[in-house]
Write a protein that binds this ligand. Structure first.
Ligand code: SAH
Length: 354
């Protein structure tokens, strides 16, 4: 391994581990991603990964129509808030707000974004938006239509592993200069649900306390303020064991320990747990469905045909983009859309209730 630059996150982690012992995976992931997003725009073919709104305007437009439809059917209350978590380049917000505007949906725009570099990009896409470091400062006196695409998967996960000595937290330690997983010294059996307590040695459980806290807050706000939320991410709607931690750099999966702060670290989202948390606050879980099914139910095929008729030279590009969003072997099945709504709000399209 080459000598680390001063201020390099890998060097900082090594110093910390040598001085104080292994750090939690959650600290490793949280600090890596904070550093990663702070100074760059990682999105697009020139960057590290491509997201749905960057593939086609149809994605943001259909989300905008869903939000506007909810707002109209709930009685067109004004003022109303559009809130987006981790808006990236602001593309989804721009497309959604343009589509919603045709139906009179003209919300105040509140963007929750930690990265200074990305806030600058978002400012060009969504003039007049108001930025927040987290949800706590978003106004509480109007209904909220909230969206988060590939936001929850970037929040730090915690992993627990069943060792010969019982359950332990999975920590990051050092073997020479290389980062390695080690079991923490503290017994963690009390943090494990009863049915997993006696699982075979080597069993691994992953939890995302940050995602749980965000959903808890969103649900509390929906119940109080009214509104609805769409959370879209790579994940499963059932609880499973095993690690889903991964790192991506330049469109390629790499070892999560190879370049802390220089690669995007993500984990799958456990939608089953998040839906339970939302319901515990009396918010309605409209459903968690595969992205492809949801976009089709919302009319992506018709939208693609309209766009292609207007721009025949791009007809093939539009079809390829649509396939990337909906095909089962691309994003259509792995990505899920979770819908939440305030108790008195309607069901919303695409979740099978209408
Ligand atoms: N939603 C965008 C970008 C996804 S990348 C898209 O679909 O293209 C993840 C986004 O979440 C980035 O904007 C990143 O800066 C932001 N982000 C990650 N962790 C965050 C945190 N803890 N607080 C606020 N924003 C965060």
């Amino acid at each position: 391994m080459t000598a680390a630059r001063d201020g390099d996150l890998a060097a900082i982690f090594r110093r910390l581990i040598r001085n104080t012992g292994p750090i939690s995976l959650s600290q490793f992931m949280g600090e890596s991603n904070a550093r990663y997003y702070a100074n760059r725009d990682p999105l697009g073919s020139e960057g590290d990964f491509v997201t749905a709104p960057e593939i086609s305007q149809m994605f943001g437009e259909l989300i905008g129509l869903w939000l506007a439809d909810m707002w109209i059917r709930a009685g067109r209350e004004e003022p109303v808030l559009y809130v987006e978590l981790g808006p990236g380049r602001g593309t989804l917000a721009k497309d959604a707000l343009r589509a919603g505007k045709r139906y009179g949906f003209a919300p105040e725009v509140h963007l929750v974004e930690a990265s200074t570099a990305l806030r600058e990009v978002q400012e060009d896409a969504v003039p007049g938006a108001i930025w927040h470091a987290d949800l706590s400062t978003v106004p509480q006196d109007a209904p909220m239509l909230l969206v988060g695409n590939e936001f929850l998967d970037a929040l730090p996960v915690r992993q627990l592993v069943r060792t010969a000595a019982g359950w332990r937290e999975r920590m990051v330690g050092l073997d020479g200069d290389s980062f390695v997983f080690v079991a923490g010294a503290q017994p963690m059996d009390a943090a494990v649900p009863d049915e997993w307590r006696e699982a075979p040695q080597g069993t691994l459980l992953e939890t995302n306390p940050g995602a749980a806290a965000v959903i808890y807050e969103i649900a509390g706000r929906l119940a109080e303020q009214g509104g609805a939320a769409l959370l879209i991410d790579y994940g499963s709607d059932e609880v499973r064991a095993g690690s889903t931690l991964q790192a991506v750099r330049a469109h390629t999966k790499i070892d999560p320990f190879a370049a802390p702060g220089e690669a995007d670290l993500t984990a799958h989202v456990d939608f089953a747990t998040l839906a339970r948390i939302a319901q515990s606050r009396d918010v309605r879980h409209l459903g968690t469905v595969p992205q492809g099914d949801w976009l089709r139910a919302l009319g992506i095929d018709v939208r693609a045909r309209t766009l292609a008729a207007r721009a025949p030279h791009y007809a093939e590009d539009i079809e390829v983009a649509k396939q990337r969003l909906v095909a089962e072997d691309q994003m259509g099945e792995l990505f899920k859309v979770m819908g939440l709504a305030a108790p008195a709000w309607p069901d919303g399209g695409g979740f099978g209730a209408d």
